[in-house]
Design a protein. Structure first.
Length: 158
């Protein structure tokens, strides 16, 4: 069974992702979040700020994969905390997922990558839930499902 820690604030999309991961019997899921959310009973819930180095280190113990959900504006600060906590806890794999699509802060992304590389931890920097699922070798959860079109496309071909 793969032990996964998901750390960071949980918005509606993140909560859906957690619910879908919780249905996978091959995963032991722990969530470390400051958010007041209702989680499935199969998920271990820990309350704390991801930027709290001591709390995050304790949450990382005995986890196979650590997934950090981080807004771009906090990437470099969070990378320092992740690097220290992951090194102390002996985290095997760290996945840092940006929770937004802000591209105007390339310095944050560059600094975060440099910090994690310098720490010598096994990390990946991704965007979105599909990237997380791919790196964990999971079937991509369908966070958003599309409704089939009511209009047959054959009628539109000319």
């Amino acid at each position: 069974m793969k032990r996964i820690l998901l750390a960071g604030a949980l918005d509606a999309a993140s909560q859906t992702f957690v619910r879908q991961l919780s249905q996978n019997s091959q995963l032991d899921l722990t969530v470390y979040t400051p958010s007041a959310v209702t989680l499935p009973t199969t998920v271990t819930a820990l309350t704390g700020e991801a930027i709290d180095e001591g709390g995050l280190t304790a949450a990382m113990l005995d986890q196979d994969v650590v997934v950090a959900l981080v807004p771009t504006i906090h990437l470099s600060q969070m990378a320092r905390t992740l690097a220290t906590a992951a090194t102390a806890a002996g985290a095997g794999q760290v996945i840092v997922s940006r929770t937004d699509d802000i591209v105007e802060l390339p310095g944050e992304i560059r600094d975060a990558r440099r910090t994690l590389m310098t720490a010598g931890i096994n990390f990946d920097l991704v965007e979105g839930f599909a990237g997380i699922s791919t790196l964990m070798a999971l079937e991509t959860p369908r966070v958003f499902t599309a409704k089939p079109a009511d209009i047959p496309l054959d009628d539109l071909a000319g």
